[in-house]
Design a protein around this ligand. Sequence first.
Ligand code: ZN
Ligand code: ZN
Length: 409
Amino acid sequence: MNHEKLLDQYARLTVRSGLCITPGQQLLISAPIEAVPLVRRITHHAYVAGATLVTTLYADDQATLTRFKAAPNASFDTAAGWLFNGMAEAFKSGSARLAITGEDPGLLGGQDPDKVSRANRARSMAYRPALELITSFAVNWCVVSCATASWAKSVFPGLAEEDAIAKLWAAIFKCSRADLPDPVAAWAEHSRNLRRRTDFLNGRRYKALHYRAPGTDLRIGLVDGHVWKGGASTARNGVVCNPNIPSEEVFTMPHKDLVDGTVCSTKPLSYGGTIIDGIKVRFENGRIIESAAEKGAAAFAKMIDTDEGGRRLGEVALVPHSSPISASGIVFNNTLFDENAASHIAVGQSYTDTMKDGSGKSAEELLASGANASLIHVDWMIGSGEMDVDGVMQDGAIEPLMRRGEWVS
Ligand code: ZN
Ligand code: ZN
């Protein structure tokens, strides 16, 4: 298959299996400027599927960098609140949401970490009302990606730009199953397999998970009435969508006060334009009380200091070490891919739909039940072929869940 054909299959997959656009629905897309050819194909397939209006917001990494080099100090406490309010308005009136990632993972690595964290914080605060509608699945949404030059060069630093882009696209198409003869059917089958796994875990009703790996000995308590999710999600507007393409994870809600022990990251994390690697943290009563990182330590420390919830977990996810993304052997420096290559945890905001009746609870009720609240939600990878995970039953009995990174059953 040539690139044009693959790009078209990927665009159709995004609309049909990712977003599952319904006739009469609007679509709001955000994308890097290099994604224009992909956005045009997605726009075509969205209108064919019955979308009434497709609106795209393009972002430019170089303009972002210019801000850090030339803008006055006050710029870094400023965010486009009016734009995010408009996005929230769009979701409230039923618009679907597509985010296309592909930004340079190390774009802001050389910039003042204080300015970077202030800018991230201002953006997170302004974005919150819109993000809450997304994390609570008010509408169908999806995240896919585009192989940009800067991202491709960070993944394949030894290759010429053109070759790096081609190789990254090939990996994206393969991990997304967009290179199969019928990607939409392949996703339906994959979703069913993830569903079997979440049905099994929901039946076990574990009290906690216990992780062991080199440098890791961590017990994560789960909230009462936690719900394992994975693959397709039913949004509150009734649409069944696949919010991440690719997606290999099953995930649920940890209890924000019941996490204890130490954990080491197993892959680098790209956060707000900085690469953070070699993370080691210690939790006590749910809170990170010690943290270190071999690379990007200042950015990591500022990230978890965003607010109280930034030091506590909001998501726990299990991914077998043999996942196609892990099998590719590529470190993508992009959470959409790397989080599906390994079991991971996320500090920050919980997904309310990973708790029974969570979307109907007030903010106070959610906190009281162990859900976490934060301006951030950042996944980082802790799984490997050396990780064992046990499920702790309500009566304290232990059963093996994963051995050497793979499902036991
Ligand atoms: Zn996750
Ligand atoms: Zn997450």
